[in-house]
Structures are given as structure tokens and as C-alpha cells.
Write a protein that binds this ligand. Structure first.
Ligand code: UDP
Length: 242
């Protein structure tokens, strides 16, 4: 089984959820600044026209496959990914581990109040973690340096960044060394779910590989973004055999 699976030039590490969490646990022990990203089909499509994003994903320390269609495609291509590792599942697993090791966690992203609410809920579920800071993701350029200072002053083991796909990877990559966090991990819209503001698709829907349909029905305004899925299939499967 290959260690890396390539999707149209975007590399993803072939790890299980447990393996990914173990890798991040070691990152925290080592204390060196690292980036963990969670590419999904939409990001793989976006990366085709955005070389900066593609580069950041490819150079990140750990890249997990956040999309069941990536697992399906990898199997068809004969380079099977072990499993899907969604950002939110990895974040939750790290909270579980972090509860034992008293991880210092900073949550950045979402509308005002979302990160704080997610922090309160996480602390209840994983009492051992220390939520050392939470801040919304709609700060402007003028506030940026004070946001960075807030984070670096708090010295987090893990900084979760949910500023929207594309922006969050670039922001984290650009500021990694100023942020003073050991691990910076991008999590897309996970804070909305962790705060209880949005519902994740039930497990049985995920098991049927139709989470995309659930999201389309729950948030029909996302239809345009969801076109990324057929584009991803075209790019990785159809284009390959043509
Ligand atoms: N977001 C943010 N700042 C922005 C734009 C988006 O904090 O300037 C947040 C938004 O509130 C939401 C998340 O980014 O919580 C959405 O990210 P993305 O679209 O990547 O997530 P997905 O919906 O695909 O999980």
C-alpha cells in the first residue's frame, strides 16, 4: 500500500484516523511547528487553478483525505487509501488524546461566538483539554496582528483554523512561525458543527457515501460548490482514461 496517493498533482497521506492522530501526538511531543491539512475533492479541484494552494498542501507535514469519493477513486485507480479521515473526526480524536495529555488548544474561525461555543462544548466533552483561546474568523487586515499575538501569547499545542477552504491553508502557512503554535491544523466548517450550530450528516448517511446529498439538501445554496464533486471525478478518473 502506497504511503502517498496523488490526486491530479495533489498529494495525500495514506493513513487511518488512528495513525493520523498518533502522528500529530508525536508532533506535539517534538514541539516543532507543523501543518496538518484536510484536502477534500473541492480543494483538489481548486488547487488545479491555484498553484499556491497546491504547493501548501503538497508541502504540509500531514495531509489527510477528507472525502469518501477520494477513497472510492483511489480504489478504482488501484492505489487504495486506507480510509477517509475527515477533519472533524481527526480534531475530535485529538481532543480525546489531548484530554489525557492536557493539550493547550486554540480555536480560530467561524462567525463571532462560534469558536467560543465550540470551546465550551469541547471542554465539557473532553475535560482534560485546555481551551486557551477562541476567536472568530472574520477579522480584518487591521486586526490580523492582534489575532496573531493573541494566539502566540497563549502558546498552543494545537491551533485549529477554520477560515474557509483555501484561505485557511494560506493564512496558516503564511503565519505559521509567528503563531507560535506547535501544530496548526485546518478544519473548514468543523467549528460550526462542534458549536452545535450545524448538524453533521448522520453516520448511516455517511456510510452510504451520500453525505454530499445531505449537505446539498441542508444547504441548497451550496449547489455551485458541490459541482466540485463531478469535476473531481472527471479530473481523477475520466480524464485519466481518455
Ligand atoms: N469562515 C471564516 N472566515 C471567513 C470565511 C469563512 O471564519 O472569512 C468560516 C465559516 O464561518 C465556516 C468555515 O469557515 O465556519 C467554512 O469553511 P469551508 O467552507 O472550508 O468549510 P466546509 O463548509 O466546506 O466544511
Amino acid at each position: 500500500m502506497g504511503k502517498i496517493v496523488d490526486f491530479s498533482g495533489v498529494k495525500v497521506d495514506n493513513v487511518t484516523l488512528t495513525e493520523a492522530a498518533e502522528i500529530v501526538r508525536h508532533y506535539v511531543i517534538e514541539g516543532k511547528a507543523r501543518i496538518v491539512v484536510t484536502p477534500n475533492p473541492e480543494m483538489i479541484v481548486a488547487a488545479q487553478a491555484d498553484s499556491e494552494l497546491k504547493d501548501i498542501i503538497n508541502k504540509a507535514d500531514l495531509r489527510v483525505a477528507d472525502g469518501i469519493s477520494m477513497v472510492v477513486v483511489s480504489r478504482i485507480l488501484g492505489k487504495p487509501l486506507k480510509e477517509r479521515v475527515s477533519g472533524i473526526d481527526l480534531a475530535l480524536k485529538l481532543m480525546e488524546i489531548g484530554s489525557d495529555y492536557k493539550y493547550r488548544v486554540f480555536l480560530l474561525g467561524g462567525a463571532p461566538g462560534v469558536a467560543e461555543e465550540a470551546g465550551r462544548r469541547l471542554k465539557k466533552q473532553f475535560p482534560g483539554i485546555e481551551i486557551i483561546g477562541a476567536y472568530h474568523g472574520y477579522f480584518n487586515a487591521g486586526d490580523e496582528s492582534s489575532v496573531i499575538k493573541k494566539i502566540s501569547d497563549s502558546n498552543p499545542d494545537i491551533l485549529f483554523v477554520g477560515l474557509g477552504a483555501g484561505r485557511q491553508e494560506k493564512w496558516l502557512n503564511h503565519h505559521l512561525y509567528e503563531l507560535g503554535a506547535t501544530v496548526g491544523m485546518t478544519i473548514g466548517g468543523s467549528l460550526d458543527v462542534l458549536s452545535g450550530r450545524k448538524q453533521r450528516a448522520p453516520r448511516w448517511i455517511q456510510a452510504l457515501y451520500i453525505e454530499w446529498l445531505y449537505r446539498l439538501l441542508a444547504e441548497p445554496q451550496r449547489w455551485e460548490r458541490q459541482l466540485a464533486l463531478p469535476k473531481f471525478l472527471y479530473l481523477t478518473l475520466i480524464k485519466k482514461v481518455l
